[in-house]
Design a protein around this ligand. Sequence first.
Ligand code: FAD
Length: 418
Amino acid sequence: MMLTTTSKGYDEARLGFQRRDPHRPAVIFPVTNADEVQEAVRYAIDHDLRIAVQASGHGLTEGIDGGVLIATSGFNGVTVDAEKKTAWIEAGATWRDVLAATAPYGLAPLSGSFPGVGAISYTLGGGLGLMARRYGYAADHVRRIEVVTTDGVRRNAEEDPDLFWALRGGGGNFGVVTGIEVDLFDVPTIFGGSLYFDLAEYPDVPEAWREWTRSVPEEVTSAIAILPVPDLPQVPAPIRGKYIGQVQLAILGDRGEELIAPLRALGTPVMDTVGVIPYVDSGQIFAEPERPDAYSSRNVLLDDLDALKTLPGPDAERMHVIGIRHLGGALARRPEIPNAVGHREAAYSLTVLTPGEGEAAREVLEPWREATIGRALNFSFEKLSAEEIADAYDDYDRLVELRRRYDPDRRLHANHQL
Ligand SMILES: Cc1cc2nc3c(=O)[nH]c(=O)nc-3n(C[C@H](O)[C@H](O)[C@H](O)COP(=O)(O)OP(=O)(O)OC[C@H]3O[C@@H](n4cnc5c(N)ncnc54)[C@H](O)[C@@H]3O)c2cc1C
């Protein structure tokens, strides 16, 4: 089935989570299997059209004008092999779909903070998850990838070392992925949640969190969000209208309480959701908003957090959500089969997200210039220049060369174009 601009269901099929600059394709293929993906790619080749792919629409930077949109949300099966501890994930599956399929076996994927995000694009972009410091990037644990390249051919990427290297970290620049096989881990439960501190009362919480991250083991993956919480009825009452430092914690093993004792000693949080939870409920840890919205963001990867004091406070002209994630541990180690993920030496990732229309605030990142060693494209929700995209990689030239090989006509409209 193919939808055109006048078809019933056209808007529903083109609109995803990110509403800042939605796709405006000439035709949409709402696919449900790999044959239909191949058919859509061949249609684009025959009509000399560009191709965009959308699963959930969380990672959209710039909508396509005209061309073909392959909408994968209905192609979202997940098959678990409990013995091998792997899952086969189809193109449009979100982490929520994957979590639901793996939980009955007490197994967990390397999913991220928000279960509504598409598992494939997250993984193609590296994939920084809730257990990242213990197990590394999601892209480090991919066993197989099936992809339709822009010549209309279906390939098993793991049989082609260049393609397999590029897809794991290089994003959607090399073909339309129809499915991936990933490793699963024995994690039925996790010690996780957030400590929400009122920063008016405890302004030193971000500094204290940074100090704490210096000594924690790899079992601890954590982050902090610094944000003025809107005074709205849908927001939990204790944090409503406050300037909050939300310390987000995901800890493996049974030493959770002991490990976070220094954080608890900082003061009394206005809200505390930390405890042992089934991994399937791990979306509670960051508790990010579910409602589709318009937003922009810029990200930097840092080797220190010395400029913390320069972050804009609650009185900033525009609202910013600052998200800082602690890296290191397994993220710093290269996987057995190399991949394109860059800057493994980074110590922290800092994202400035600006809700609404318009660009994210570049000036917020100015004081971080010296500490910046690169950027993570998964957290960059804005169109970037070629130089800015190059900053994400250790071997950008090889990626560009491979894009030329696999997509010589630049048919793919990826969210970050190599
Ligand atoms: C609230 C929120 C939380 C997040 N948390 C994390 C996190 O914890 N860790 C992390 O690493 N990232 C995180 N991200 C970033 C997220 O991984 C990226 O935005 C990712 O691109 C989203 O994928 P999607 O399928 O949901 O988005 P989509 O907008 O549907 O896809 C994004 C792009 O991926 C490409 N693409 C999608 N499907 C395919 C395919 N089958 N084949 C080829 N290319 C394809 C296309 O270029 C497309 O434009 C988060 C994002 C948000 C908004």
